[in-house]
Design a protein around this ligand. Structure first.
Ligand SMILES: Cc1cc2nc3c(=O)[nH]c(=O)nc-3n(C[C@H](O)[C@H](O)[C@H](O)COP(=O)(O)OP(=O)(O)OC[C@H]3O[C@@H](n4cnc5c(N)ncnc54)[C@H](O)[C@@H]3O)c2cc1C
Length: 398
């Protein structure tokens, strides 16, 4: 029995664990994989003088195409500013922040730490919590969650060969199981991301929203085979990258198009027979994402991970284009929460002791997520969920 049980070992889950531990709660975390969070390259924080919380809110609402919960967006943008004091974001030699401009942002807003802020933040939080023995961690898949007499009981299938089963009990639960894009054949998500948390919370009466909304990443590698399913960062468009179909024709001149518009434009080429296949699978079509006009010094610094990954697979992106296609990337819908991360029922009332954060929730990104907003979401709402779950457990105990 712990005060708080966290289901999910991505950034939302570990961030919630950190906040719950800091609030004095006993915490257990169960996860059956690492999720998408280690792949988070950069996150949005308004750090520039010409940026502001208000502009961040406007960009997010506009990109969400009328589908966002304004209150949650305001929390996201307001709280993101605090991350500036917490994380040593990369800086240029002149001391200014190193920034990328994601599609949908009016100004450069994406900060990072060594190109991989997700892995960096996870490592930091885990190091601190595990060093202090502040948390119990179990590997396994939660297959059932129920509430008996105000106590949550989770059934966990351990990740061992025997598939043994254990139960965890807790006064409150944070559901941080990520999205469901791992269910698709061609996706950049790992297969364990199947929407389990949404199903388990729904069985406890949770409301869901926008469950038909999935964001496609426009530029996911189709070939070479060893890179299949790995996304190529779209901000290269601002540096001079272009799209070409199988006839070499350039399409989508609008560098400021949003991810959904880019995905649609690419799919339109493929649907009209203008996509290219690979020599191994000619029937699988994609388009060419051509970074050969991006200045070499930019490719070799800002996009060095992509350069190295392709080089290891035998493709020199300084001189050769990349074959890409849109793939399911982020679940936009999910559990309905309020600004305190309480999971709500259809009637708008919270389910006592049940909290959620991260990609498992809906309402923040609306119908189109700005690149970089998901990482910010995990850090902001993970912290809120963990703190609220700890407070709930304390009240329950007293
Ligand atoms: C390739 C890639 C690159 C990305 N890059 C960026 C980026 O640069 N910036 C950005 O903002 N966003 C990015 N995103 C989106 C971002 O990674 C996710 O939205 C974010 O990581 C979600 O975090 P999370 O903690 O909610 O879920 P996840 O990190 O996906 O973690 C979910 C956790 O739940 C566990 N889990 C699931 N079901 C169960 C179960 N039944 N029992 C136990 N555990 C379970 C999983 O194993 C995992 O540990 C990227 C996504 C991808 C796929």
């Amino acid at each position: 029995m712990t005060d708080v049980l966290i289901i999910g070992g991505g950034l939302a889950g570990w961030r919630a664990a950190e906040a719950a531990v800091n609030a004095g709660a006993s915490v257990a975390l169960v996860a059956n994989g690492a999720g998408n969070s280690p792949d988070i390259h950069a996150i949005n924080v308004p750090v520039r003088d010409d940026d502001s919380v208000e502009l961040f809110v406007d960009d997010t609402l506009r990109s969400g195409r009328g589908g966002c919960n304004r209150e949650l967006v305001e929390v996201l943008c307001r709280e993101s500013v605090k991350l500036k004091d917490e994380f040593p974001f990369d800086r240029n030699p002149d001391g200014s922040y190193k920034l990328l401009q994601p599609l949908g942002c009016s100004v450069p807003r994406c900060v990072s730490i060594d190109h991989k802020i997700g892995a960096w933040a996870l490592a930091k939080i885990k190091r601190e919590l595990l060093r202090d023995g502040a948390i119990a961690v179990a590997k396994g898949r939660v297959v059932d969650l129920r509430n008996g007499g105000g106590i949550y009981i989770a059934t966990v299938k351990a990740a061992d060969d025997e598939g043994s089963v254990a139960t965890h009990t807790a006064r409150s639960v944070v559901v941080a199981t990520g999205g469901w894009c791992g269910k698709y054949d061609f996706s950049d998500n790992p297969p364990e991301l199947r929407g389990d948390g949404i199903e388990m919370a729904a069985a406890l009466g949770a409301a869901t929203r926008d469950m038909d909304q999935v964001q496609y990443e426009p530029t996911v590698a189709l070939a070479p085979e060893r890179l299949r399913g790995i996304p190529v960062i779209t901000t290269m468009l601002f540096e001079g990258a272009t799209f070409r179909n199988k006839d070499g024709e350039e399409f989508l001149a609008d560098k400021h198009a949003n991810k959904d518009e880019i995905s649609r434009a690419i799919q339109n080429e493929i649907n009209h027979g203008r996509g290219s296949g690979t020599p191994e699978s000619p029937s699988v079509a994609g388009v060419w994402f051509d970074a050969t006009k991006v200045p070499r010094e930019i490719l070799d610094t800002t996009y060095i991970d992509t350069v190295k990954r392709y080089a290891a697979a035998g493709v020199d992106i300084h001189t050769e284009p990349m074959l890409v296609a849109p793939a399911p990337h982020t679940s936009l819908g999910g559990l309905v929460i309020d600004a305190r991360c309480r999971v709500l029922r259809d009637d708008g009332l919270p389910i006592p002791g049940l909290f959620a954060a991260g990609e498992v929730t809906g309402g923040i990104h609306g119908f189109n997520r700005i690149g970089g907003n998901a990482g910010t979401e995990t850090l902001v709402f993970g912290r809120i969920a963990g703190g609220e779950a700890a407070s709930f457990a304390r009240i329950r105990q007293s």
